[in-house]
Design a protein around this ligand. Structure first.
Ligand code: ZN
Length: 310
């Protein structure tokens, strides 16, 4: 099963007990994927999903907050993946328009002006509803990605504003006729899951994320050490080539004693780093050794050696 479904199953089982929060969640859910049905002078609502737990939740939220008649229609998919679709229907009746009016689902005003979103607790459940209705999230083992897709641009902006009020760095993009609110970084996704109350999923996500980041850090350190090592090895190889060149074209014996000593030390310890050479030299400082090795390179070049740049 997908991680999105795990999250939605968890969210669908959260106990509801505050009418204010329930209504804000319904607002998010219905705005995201509900449809308003007109029958004569009455209106009804259709909400359809492949997730049975979510269908039950929508039904429960509707029934416990409004005096409405409902039915659930299950359609079996003829396609191979065989997911049933559950359609929760609110039968058109006068009470339904009362519910829709309170939720301000018929209003053209932005949801941000809806008194149902005044409370912090209700902002959380509004986001939960939006995610349940049209959200998806990638498994943390792949790229970090969470999105909510809606055809309603104004609603997308409302979701983003509400997310910003939780310091979530949500962004908006559009694809054909859809507006996509998304989060791309692991930390924000963890926080979002916590805001909407998906605590178990958040822990699962976080566990994978921690292991992944640790592995990345280890790789980074190893790469860095390898790069340093390569640099040390390249420098040593170049120095040794220079010394051999001087020996062939002039003879090491012709060098001043100090340079001769350093040249022989380098040949004796071809793998040693500069610090190690300082140690083996018995009393010459790092800058002294460094200076002499540079001098040897200059001499080799002076004698006609061609040097690669690195
Ligand atoms: Zn509330």
């Amino acid at each position: 099963m997908s991680f999105s479904n795990d999250v939605k199953n968890e969210l669908s089982r959260i106990e509801t007990n505050d009418a204010c929060c329930d209504k804000a969640e319904l607002l998010g859910l219905l705005r995201m994927s509900g449809a308003i049905i007109i029958r004569g002078s009455n209106v009804g609502i259709h909400f359809s999903t492949e997730n049975a737990a979510l269908a039950r939740r929508v039904l429960q939220l509707l029934k416990s907050n409004y005096q409405v008649q409902t039915e659930v229609v299950i359609t079996r998919s003829r396609r191979l993946k065989k997911n049933n679709r559950y359609q929760v229907r609110v039968i058109p009746a006068p009470q339904v328009s009362k519910a829709l009016t309170e939720l301000q689902l018929l209003s053209v005003e932005s949801d941000l002006k809806n008194p149902l979103l005044n409370n912090h607790c209700c902002k959380r459940t509004f986001l939960r509803g939006a995610f349940l209705g049209g959200g998806s999230i990638s498994r943390p083992s792949s790229d970090y990605h969470l999105e909510m897709v809606t055809g309603n641009e104004d609603f997308a902006h409302s979701i983003i504003k509400v997310m910003h009020s939780f310091s979530l760095k949500a962004k908006l993009t559009d694809r054909k006729n859809d507006f996509i609110v998304y989060l791309k970084d692991g930390e924000s996704i963890t926080k979002f899951l916590s805001v909407i109350g998906a605590h178990n999923s958040m822990m699962d996500f976080e566990n994978v994320r921690i292991v992944k980041e640790m592995r990345n850090n280890v790789n980074r350190v190893v790469n860095c050490e390898t790069a340093n090592l390569n640099k040390v090895v390249r420098a040593a190889v170049r120095q040794i080539n220079c010394i051999k060149y001087i020996d062939q074209h002039m003879g090491l014996n012709q060098l001043p004693q100090a340079l001769q000593d350093t040249a022989r030390l380098r040949l004796e310890y071809p793998d040693a780093s500069l610090n190690e050479l300082v140690e083996y030299s018995g009393g010459i400082g790092k800058s002294g050794i460094n200076h002499r090795l540079k001098k040897l390179q200059e001499m080799a070049v002076g004698l006609g050696m061609e040097m690669e740049k690195d």
